[in-house]
Design a protein around this ligand. Structure first.
Ligand SMILES: C[S@@+](CC[C@H](N)C(=O)[O-])C[C@H]1O[C@@H](n2cnc3c(N)ncnc32)[C@H](O)[C@@H]1O
Length: 214
């Protein structure tokens, strides 16, 4: 395993975009742990919502080692720029799209996403902090840290292909069991791939599939 080279990102960039942190690295660890599972799905299209620096999509594309279309959305224009550069720095072609979640892409991607990745703004904050297009969008999750997450959950069944898998980062305060119940109603099964305490946060990487692989 090699963590993507992000040496091109300057400290001044991190004033504008999310700097990869414990949550990002736990996400990489979980994807690495699941890499054979993901490879066996023979994915064609990967979509990351909120790619930030692009480290997660770059890592997955590199580890898969086969050609995939990697679409990365972010609401922050600096993030889409850096995402493109991070891919190129690592010999990977990422397709960043500046949009709110998957606005404008939903119809085209319908039932076509084999791997959906989401490290959301999950921090519990006042609701007024949610919805910025700047660095605050990296963490501000509003009530229970769920305000952006809860806009993504209803999109998942439409986006994922039959074999599609959805990975997301959560903290305890996001109430993972409730998230599980919401997606269970659309026929998904949840597995906790990895969990780790990081300071005050108890982070987990959840995996959702229509097929029960437990
Ligand atoms: C916690 S950061 C994760 C960044 C990167 N994926 C990582 O793991 O290091 C969350 C990212 O989601 C983006 N984001 C927040 N709200 C969004 C929205 N409504 N649509 C698209 N991206 C959004 C933020 O700009 C930020 O880049």
């Amino acid at each position: 395993m090699s963590t993507p080279d992000i040496s091109h990102i300057k400290s001044s960039d991190y004033q504008l975009i999310y700097e990869p942190a414990e949550d990002s690295f736990l996400f990489l660890d979980a994807l690495l742990q699941d890499i054979n599972f993901i490879r066996n799905l023979r994915p064609v299209t990967c979509l990351e919502i909120g790619s930030g620096s692009g480290i997660v999509s770059t890592f997955l594309a590199k580890e898969l080692g086969c050609p995939v279309l990697s679409i990365c959305t972010d609401i922050n224009p600096h993030a889409t720029e850096v995402t493109k550069k991070t891919g190129l720095q690592n010999g990977i072609s990422l397709e960043p799209v500046l949009t709110d979640l998957v606005n404008g892409l939903g119809e085209r991607l319908k039932s076509n996403v084999d791997v959906l990745l989401f490290n959301p703004p999950y921090v519990v904050t006042p609701s007024e902090e949610v919805g910025s297009h700047g660095i605050e969008a990296s963490w501000a999750g509003g009530k229970c840290g769920r305000e952006v997450i809860d806009r993504v959950l209803p999109l998942v069944p439409n986006l994922l292909s039959k074999i599609g898998v959805f990975y997301m980062v959560v903290i305890k305060e996001n109430r993972p069991d409730e998230i599980c119940s919401i997606l269970m109603k659309s026929g998904f099964t949840m597995v906790t791939v990895l969990s780790r305490r990081s300071g005050p946060e108890f982070l987990s990487i959840l995996r959702f599939t229509r097929v029960d692989y437990r």
